[in-house]
Design a protein around this ligand. Structure first.
Ligand code: SAM
Length: 331
C-alpha cells in the first residue's frame, strides 16, 4: 500500500533524529529491547526466526541487533506500507528480509516469535485484533508449533489523553511527529491488560490453542511522547519535557512535577496510578530542590524513571507491552 498522508508523515518522523530524546534513549528503548530479548529467550532453538509486525523503518532490527541478545536470529520485517519497506530494505536489506504485507496475513510467514514495536497493533480494530489472535491460534494448532508473541499497543488510560478515557477507539492525532508540518489523525484502538486478556481468552476458546505465560508492562506512564508538548491535552503537565531537562542536568520547578490529579474509573488503572503516585510524591518530598546542582537533577530523573518502571501494569502508559507464548493444545 503506497502513499497515505499518515505514511508520508510517519516516514518523516521515523527518519528524524529529533525523536531520540533522553527519555527515549535512557528509558524507552532499553525497556522495549529488554522485553523483546526476554521473549527471544523463551525460544528453545537457534537461529530464532523473528518476524517484526508493522516493522516501519526496522527500528526493531536496530534494537535487537544492538542488544546482542546472546541468541542468533534471522529477522523478517513486515509492513503494509511500501515506503516503510523500501526505507527498511535500504537500511538493512543486506542483513534482513522485508515483506510488504498486512500483518493480519503474517501467520503465513514462518516464525518462532512475532514481535512488534511502536504500537502497530493499535492500528487494528478490536475485530481485526481478534482475527489476528484467532488466526495465530489456528496456525499454532495446525502446525503443532509453539509461537511467542510480543504485542505493542497504546495504553487506554495514559494521562496524555484523559479526555478520551471513556472510549477504546478514537481519532488519534499524530501531533508528536517530528519534522512534520501537518500531523495526520488515525483511528486507533487503546488497550488495557484486561482488554488483551479477554481477547486471548476468546482466541483460546475459538481455536483451542493456549495463550500462556502472559506478561504486561506499561511503558511511559506520565512521560509519553505527548507530554513533550501537551498539545493533545493542554491541562496535562509536560512531564517528558521536564524529565528531559532533568536528565540534561537542568533545574525543574517542583510544581511542574506535581502528580496528575485525574483518576480513571477503571480499578486496575487506579491501582497503577496509586502505586506510582506514592513513589513519585515520596521522591519529590525527599529531593532537595534548593541544591540546584546538575548531578542532583540527574539523580532525580533516574529516581522518577525507576518509580515509573516499578508501577504495576494497568494500561496507564503511553503504550502497553503484552507478551505471551501460544501453545498447541495437548490433546
Ligand atoms: C508507529 S509505526 C512503528 C514502526 C516501527 N515498528 C517502529 O517501532 O519504529 C506503526 C507501523 O505499523 C504499520 N502498520 C499499521 N497497520 C498495519 C497492518 N495492518 N499490517 C502491517 N503493518 C501495519 C504502519 O505502516 C507503520 O509502519
Amino acid at each position: 500500500m503506497a502513499g497515505s498522508a499518515y505514511h508520508e508523515a510517519s516516514l518523516g518522523h521515523y527518519q528524524s533524529t529529533k525523536r531520540f530524546d533522553a527519555v527515549k534513549r535512557l528509558y524507552e528503548e532499553p525497556l522495549t529491547t529488554a522485553n523483546a530479548v526476554a521473549a527471544l529467550e523463551r525460544c528453545s532453538h537457534e537461529p530464532v526466526e523473528v518476524v517484526d509486525l508493522g516493522c516501519g523503518t526496522a527500528d526493531g532490527y536496530r534494537l535487537l541487533s544492538s542488544a546482542n541478545p546472546g541468541r542468533s536470529f534471522n529477522y523478517t520485517g513486515v509492513d503494509i506500507d511500501t515506503s516503510m519497506i523500501t526505507a527498511a530494505a535500504n537500511a538493512y536489506g543486506n542483513v534482513a528480509t522485508f515483506i510488504e504485507a498486512n500483518l493480519l496475513d503474517a501467520t503465513s510467514i514462518p516464525a518462532d516469535i512475532y514481535v512488534s514495536f511502536g504500537v502497530p497493533f493499535s492500528h487494528l480494530t478490536p475485530k481485526e485484533f481478534m482475527s489476528f489472535l484467532s488466526g495465530l491460534g489456528e496456525h499454532v494448532q495446525k502446525a503443532k508449533k509453539t509461537i511467542h508473541l510480543v504485542i505493542d499497543v497504546l495504553g487506554r488510560y495514559s494521562v496524555e489523553w484523559s479526555q478520551h478515557w471513556d472510549k477504546f477507539c478514537w481519532g488519534y492525532p499524530m501531533s508528536f511527529f517530528e519534522d512534520t508540518q501537518t500531523p495526520p489523525t488515525c483511528q486507533m484502538t487503546f488497550h488495557t491488560p484486561d482488554s488483551i486478556t479477554e481477547a486471548f481468552a476468546e482466541a483460546e476458546q475459538n481455536t483451542g490453542a493456549r495463550f500462556a505465560d502472559r506478561q504486561f508492562i506499561d511503558r511511559s506512564p506520565l512521560v509519553g511522547r505527548h507530554t513533550k508538548t501537551s498539545q493533545l491535552d493542554p491541562t496535562t503537565a509536560r512531564y517528558r519535557a521536564h524529565l528531559n531537562a532533568l536528565f540534561s542536568g537542568s533545574a525543574v520547578q517542583e510544581d511542574d512535577l506535581s502528580f496528575p490529579s485525574k483518576t480513571p474509573d477503571d480499578s486496575d488503572a487506579q491501582t497503577s496510578y496509586n502505586a506510582l503516585r506514592a513513589e513519585w510524591e515520596d521522591l519529590l518530598l525527599k529531593h532537595d530542590f534548593s541544591e540546584r546542582t546538575g548531578a542532583s537533577w540527574v539523580t532525580l530523573a533516574h529516581g522518577l524513571i525507576a518509580a515509573i518502571s516499578r508501577a504495576p501494569a494497568g494500561g496507564i502508559g503511553h503504550s502497553l507491552l503484552a507478551t505471551t507464548t501460544v501453545e498447541p493444545s495437548r490433546s
